[in-house]
Write a protein that binds this ligand. Structure first.
Ligand SMILES: Nc1ncnc2c1ncn2[C@@H]1O[C@H](COP(=O)(O)OP(=O)(O)OP(=O)(O)O)[C@@H](O)[C@H]1O
Ligand SMILES: [Mg+2]
Length: 289
């Protein structure tokens, strides 16, 4: 049974009428409990829009977003979203940023229980030495770790990740990929990862679906990732299934990219043939007053 689901969802932006731009069209995505699904696609195609509807931050124009069969009415604790930008509060420390989420999620817990929860998740992302630092004093990778700890510490039922590692350098990104894989394998929650990296998707997901180009982007075919867990980037590189899947998904993305460019070219309006006046012709003109 679907744990979280988008059913026949379409979404656009702008005023109703001809100027409204349709971003997503007829999206069907269903994620089972303890399943990890990745969406890959080009920039600006609607990936954040898609995951924001699952997080209850945007409402579909048509169709429905469902959590365990019930319509998602708005953001809630069970829908844990890790944003594309870190979105930490700059005046709070690492402890303070995570505590804010924990306090909101577990109002009935004792002060001691909440304190333990904050420390446990800060530790999980290896930030205990930075507990009292503010975001301005942290590297990009460390800020992203705080964002991951903050969401996980709320113990959401669904983990929604919008390109959580996109802004990081390759080494830090690799490290955090490993952490996310390890954490997810311990918890096995329904997870959706938006990424622009096919390798990252193959490392983490059970299933990968490309988002086609818009306007009115639809989801492409589903690629099942039948690779044993735990996975490591080094081992995967030698795995023939990994190589085949990487080839297939990359080819698909290149193909939709090419088709998208071709269709954009079709829309170019030919300009009239405008040439500057011949200077000698201009000189012979007389002004009419
Ligand atoms: N609130 C909004 N109002 C108007 N247009 C929007 C809004 N949010 C997104 N869009 C437009 O919708 C399209 C899809 O945006 P979205 O952020 O979902 O893309 P994306 O795939 O997440 O891109 P990226 O990979 O760069 O993060 C873009 O053309 C964007 O300009
Ligand atoms: Mg985005």
């Amino acid at each position: 049974m679907a744990f979280i689901e988008l059913r026949n969802v379409s979404k656009g932006f702008g005023p109703p009428g001809p100027n409204r731009v349709e971003v997503l069209r007829d999206i069907n995505l269903s994620v089972r409990e303890s399943e990890f699904v990745a969406i890959v696609g080009y920039s600006g195609t609607g990936k954040s829009t898609l995951i924001n509807m699952m997080a209850g931050l945007l409402k579909p124009d048509a169709g429905s977003a469902l959590l365990k069969g019930a319509p998602i009415k708005g953001p809630e604790r069970d829908l844990g979203l890790i944003f594309q930008n870190y979105s930490l509060l700059p005046w709070l420390t690492v402890y303070g940023n995570v505590a804010l989420a924990v306090n909101a999620a577990f109002k009935n817990w004792s002060r001691k229980e909440r304190d333990q929860q904050v420390r446990r998740f800060v530790d999980l992302v290896n930030l205990t030495p930075a507990l009292e630092k503010r975001p301005g004093e942290l590297s990009g990778g460390m800020r992203q770790r705080v964002a991951v700890a903050r969401t996980l510490a709320m113990d959401p039922e669904v983990l929604l990740m919008d390109e959580p590692l996109g802004a990081l350098d390759a080494l830090t990104r690799g490290e955090l990929q490993k952490e996310i894989a390890a954490i997810w394998e311990k918890q096995r929650k329904a997870a959706v990862l938006i990424t622009n990296s096919v390798d990252e998707a193959l490392l983490l997901a059970d299933r990968i679906t490309p988002l086609n180009l818009g306007p009115g982007a639809t989801l492409g075919p589903e690629f099942a990732v039948d690779l044993p867990r735990p996975r490591s980037a080094a081992a995967l590189n030698k795995n023939p299934t990994f190589t085949r899947l990487r080839g297939e998904i990359t080819d698909y993305l290149i193909e939709i990219g090419r088709a998208g460019k071709a269709s954009t070219n079709d829309k170019i309006v030919p300009l009239p043939d405008v040439r500057p006046l011949d200077p000698s012709e201009r000189a012979s003109r007389t002004w009419v007053s």
